[in-house]
Design a binder for this molecule. Structure first.
Ligand code: GAL
Ligand code: MN
Length: 281
């Protein structure tokens, strides 16, 4: 069998967690190892207000590229169940449930409440029906394989705008008044909250801690610079992820496609007119 390695990028963290890049794994070997395990992957996605417009492309592209061959249970969190497309054909073993959420007035609020809503959903029902959970942003599209190579106990993806920068440049929360505070000389990577996942128990603990910290901040009148993403980064500094996804797994269409270390864009943020889709700026 062929030997997989990359020498142009970091493929393992200082705490020995793999960083998944194209060319570091054999998709056939991975598929063979996972397909017989009968795994169900719960997948949460928030489509609140005008963000429901992203659902069709998100779901159609997920059906082509996301955990193909495994059972996937999408949980679409929305305030507008009638706007969830009902004619997207899902593959065998794949289901979609709608979880009703209140309408929020500010996009920051959606972001802030997401941890709480995921935690509650895991506790109330998801934990019984899944082996792993992935939490994804909806204003995204799949272009390439995101398969079981991405599974692990605690998995996060490296932000596409900061992977070349020193930690002092990461957009962590820098105000000591926030529970998400990270000093300039700390931090491993800057993770983007658009995709994270893992075992149910691990993600329950993560969302619960972030939720509690978000609530403490709120009671102090503080909102972290990148809302739940700031708290995710704080959590992952103290609870090291067991697997990291390279920016292939959380690219940004606004960044173009000419980075030579990116051999394959798998999942990326679509360019959106923020003024049009957000309730506030
Ligand atoms: C942006 C992204 C935001 C946040 C920010 C951090 O590119 O759209 O969601 O991750 O980077 O600086
Ligand atoms: Mn987004």
């Amino acid at each position: 069998s062929s030997f997989f390695r990359r020498t142009d990028v970091l493929t393992v963290t200082p705490w020995l967690a793999p960083i998944v890049w194209e060319g570091t794994f054999d998709p056939e070997v991975i598929d063979e190892a996972f397909m017989s395990q009968n795994l169900t992957i719960a997948t949460t996605v928030f489509a609140v207000g005008k963000y429901t417009r992203f659902l069709r492309d998100f779901l159609e592209s997920a059906e082509k590229h996301f955990m193909v061959g495994l059972d996937v249970h999408y949980y679409v969190f929305t305030d507008l169940p009638g706007d969830v497309p009902d004619n997207v054909t899902l593959g065998v073993g794949r289901l979609l449930s709608i979880v009703r959420v209140p309408k929020f007035d500010r996009w920051q609020e959606i972001s802030l409440r997401r941890m709480e809503l995921i935690q509650t959903a895991i506790k109330d029902h998801i934990h019984r029906g899944a082996n792993y959970i992935f939490c994804l942003d909806v204003d995204m599209r799949f272009h390439g394989r995101v398969g079981p190579e991405a599974l692990g106990r605690l998995v996060a993806a490296i932000h596409p705008w900061f992977y070349m920068d020193p930690r002092s440049q990461y957009p962590y929360e820098r105000r000591t008044i926030s529970t998400a505070y990270i000093p300039l000389d700390q931090g491993d990577f800057y993770y983007q909250a658009n995709i994270f996942g893992g075992a149910l128990e691990d993600i329950h603990r993560l969302t619960k801690t972030c939720r509690e910290h978000l609530e403490v901040d709120k009671s102090m009148g503080v909102e972290a610079v990148w809302q739940e993403e700031s708290h995710l980064n704080w959590y992952l500094l103290r609870n090291k992820p067991t697997k990291l996804l390279s920016p292939e797994y959380v690219w940004d269409d606004a960044k173009g496609q000419d980075a030579k270390e990116i051999k394959l864009v798998r999942f990326s943020s679509v360019i959106k007119n923020k003024a049009e889709v957000r309730e506030n700026l």
